[in-house]
Design a protein around this ligand. Structure first.
Ligand code: GLN
Length: 239
């Protein structure tokens, strides 16, 4: 969960272009830990460009890899119905809609985040439906082929990188030691989707696998690592 990236010469050049008169001041902010992504205003994400502000989590490399892994598991020419829960900036839903025939929906509790997500769909020329819903209190009404979520998954006790303090805290932290969203999402799914794909915390694999087995006893479940070699994904194929 690092959002901070090493400041490159290109970053400095972009910062200078964006803030010709206040460059030194902006650079100081970044050197003091403020995410440069919020200052520059957008980040590349997989196959799209995602606008960000303080109302949304900054998309992570790990999440790009989640999208890649999902697209490798399904037939992208099919018109599959996809749901991206805790969509935030919309990055997952938009990247999945971009070069596929999928119909994607993104859901989030945060109205200001959904505003960013809608702008992002437009900027990337994709059609994604965005809806406001509190998944901890409300049910998923429709049936989907693919359900994906990178929900808040850090327990309140866990240490985090300093740079995350500028990001929406509701996008990062979750009750039940970081597990509440996985439990609620699994309980809320009515049908048997082809695939459920979660980004997860590195110590959460077994606990989430157990939740998944309770809901889908015959599912194939695979716990996978990110490019840093840490457990980061859990895929459920209900069968
Ligand atoms: N889905 C968004 C992302 O992956 C937001 C995730 C979140 O806010 N927890 O970056």
């Amino acid at each position: 969960m690092f959002s901070q990236r090493t400041l490159t010469d290109l970053d400095k050049k972009l910062l200078q272009e964006k803030f010709p008169t206040t460059y030194e001041e902006q650079l100081k902010k970044v050197e003091n830990g403020y995410p440069i992504q919020y200052l520059l205003g957008d980040v590349p994400f997989f196959n799209v460009q995602i606008k960000v502000n303080e109302n949304v989590l900054i998309p992570r490399f790990e999440t790009e890899y989640l999208v890649e892994k999902i697209l490798n598991r399904v037939e992208t020419k099919q018109n599959l119905k996809c749901l991206d829960l805790c969509t935030g900036s919309g990055c997952i839903a938009i990247a999945m809609a971009k070069d596929t025939n999928f119909s994607c929906t993104g859901i989030d509790i945060s109205t200001p985040a959904l505003k960013v997500a809608k702008e992002n769909a437009k900027l990337n020329n994709v059609v994604v439906e965005f809806k406001q819903l509190d998944i901890l209190k409300e049910e998923i009404e429709e049936e989907y082929d693919i359900i994906v979520a990178n929900p808040p998954y850090i327990g309140f006790q866990e240490p985090v990188d300093n740079s995350t303090r500028y990001e929406p805290q509701i996008a990062l932290f979750a009750e039940e030691n970081g597990l509440i969203f996985y439990r609620k999402i699994l309980e809320s799914i009515k049908n048997k989707p082809k695939l459920i794909a979660f980004e997860i915390g590195e110590n959460e694999g077994i606990a989430i696998k157990n939740l998944a087995i309770q809901r889908f006893p015959n599912a194939s479940i695979s716990i996978e690592k990110d490019l840093a070699g840490k457990i980061r994904y859990l895929f459920i194929e209900p069968n």
